[in-house]
Design a protein around this ligand. Structure first.
Ligand SMILES: [Fe+2]
Ligand SMILES: [Fe+2]
Length: 390
């Protein structure tokens, strides 16, 4: 009887602890004080959540099972495990020095640029869902593209739709050529590279208490998120062809200066990940003693790059929307000039953009009756952001 009671209590306790565990939010390891607020906003964003679903659906359609598992693992926990390969400050400085000697970082880049702070590198700084698609300046000189909680999945899903459409169209257009009766393109590679191309924005764009974001530094001629994402792919053993395709997102590896840039991204990423890029299979050494990619420029590389072009429109849209809501806050809600800069306004713009997306709100603005349509949404955003930022 006693044994039965003990068992019963054990099951009851397990059930209680499982319920508690299920209700507990994932403990992300970011150190930005605003990360949990961004998480809350993104959890309420219909657009961000449906973008995540679209991304997951496409991962599940990947043919290679191992790749599917790797991708799901990465977006479910975008942990910067590369940081476990240089733990002490001395080790981190040595990596930075190696990058400097190889001419792969500008003088201004420091240890924190390569190793943005996290409490535990085995956990993502924030969720893929909550991360922004880019940086916006708190002085509002740049509105950024998708730079609001939930912006990263929306940006990634749009790229995925564009990339898959291009893939289909390339096949349709060129398959019937007399020279090339089969035009093979790897959708596995395109889908994987697009999904991962900005994944380390979860790390480099953490949210500050005042609603602004961490400042990103540079590796070579590009933002660190690009190279840190490649470094993390090395650490997680992604296939070389996926890593090269992801490295092509900021520019394709067309022979000449553009190809050299892609090679430099991979060299820097390999130094950070502490791997040999030649043994790994992404680079070869040429007869001239230089590095080159192990692959020629492929259609997949151009597709991954060209799919990443929504920033032209979305930056403009976000800038217009932010200007408009600032004006409405002053004119209709009686906010003072001082209130439309700083934390109070930052969280209002983050909330408003997260609810409406920059592009959807822009569509409303360019229609007639804009204020009538925007004002109710703005009032909801004010209430929400005030609750969030107290
Ligand atoms: Fe990027
Ligand atoms: Fe991007």
């Amino acid at each position: 009887m006693q044994c039965k009671n003990i068992l019963l209590s054990f099951f009851l306790l397990s059930a209680i602890s499982l319920t508690v565990l299920a209700k507990q939010p994932v403990a992300w390891s970011g150190v930005g004080q605003g990360n949990s607020r961004a998480e809350e906003l993104a959890q309420q964003s219909i657009a961000a959540k449906s973008a995540m679903q679209y991304i997951r659906k496409n991962i599940l359609e990947i043919k290679r099972r191992s790749l599917r598992t790797q991708l799901l693992g990465f977006i479910d926990n975008p942990a910067p495990t590369y940081q476990l390969r240089a733990v002490t400050l001395e080790e981190k400085k040595a990596v930075l020095e190696e990058l400097r000697k190889a001419n792969l970082v500008p003088e201004t880049t420091n240890v924190e640029g390569i190793y943005p702070p996290v409490a535990d590198p085995k956990r993502g700084a924030q969720s893929f869902l909550a991360a922004p698609g880019s940086y916006y300046s708190a002085s509002y000189t740049s509105a950024g593209h998708h730079s609001y909680p939930g912006g990263l999945p929306i940006h990634t899903a749009l790229n995925l739709r564009v990339g898959l459409a291009m893939l289909r169209n390339y096949k349709l257009q060129y398959t019937n050529s007399q020279i090339s009766p089969t035009f093979l393109l790897s959708s596995d590679v395109v889908v994987s590279a697009i999904i991962l191309h900005d994944v380390m924005k979860t790390l480099v764009f953490q949210w500050n208490d005042d609603g602004s974001q961490f400042l990103e530094q540079q590796v070579g001629t590009t933002g660190t998120h690009h190279v840190l994402g490649l470094a993390e792919q090395f650490c997680r053993n992604f296939p070389p062809e996926v890593i090269i395709a992801t490295a092509s997102a900021h520019n394709p590896p067309r022979p000449g200066e553009l190809r050299k840039k892609v090679v430099a991204y991979l060299r820097a990423a390999a130094i950070i990940a502490r791997v040999d890029p030649i043994k790994y299979g992404v680079l070869v050494e040429t007869d001239l003693g230089e590095y080159d990619l192990t692959l020629p420029a492929l259609a997949e590389h151009f597709i991954v790059h060209l799919s990443d072009a929504d920033y032209f429109y979305s930056e403009h849209a976000a800038a217009t929307v932010v200007d408009r809501i600032r004006l409405l806050a002053e004119k209709e809600l009686g906010w003072s000039k001082a209130e439309t800069t700083g934390a109070k306004f930052n969280w209002l713009r983050n909330t408003f953009l997260s609810m409406s997306t920059g592009i959807a709100a822009y569509q409303v603005i360019i229609e007639k009756g804009e204020d009538r349509k925007l004002l109710p949404l703005l009032k909801i955003a004010v209430r929400k952001s005030e609750r969030l930022y107290q």
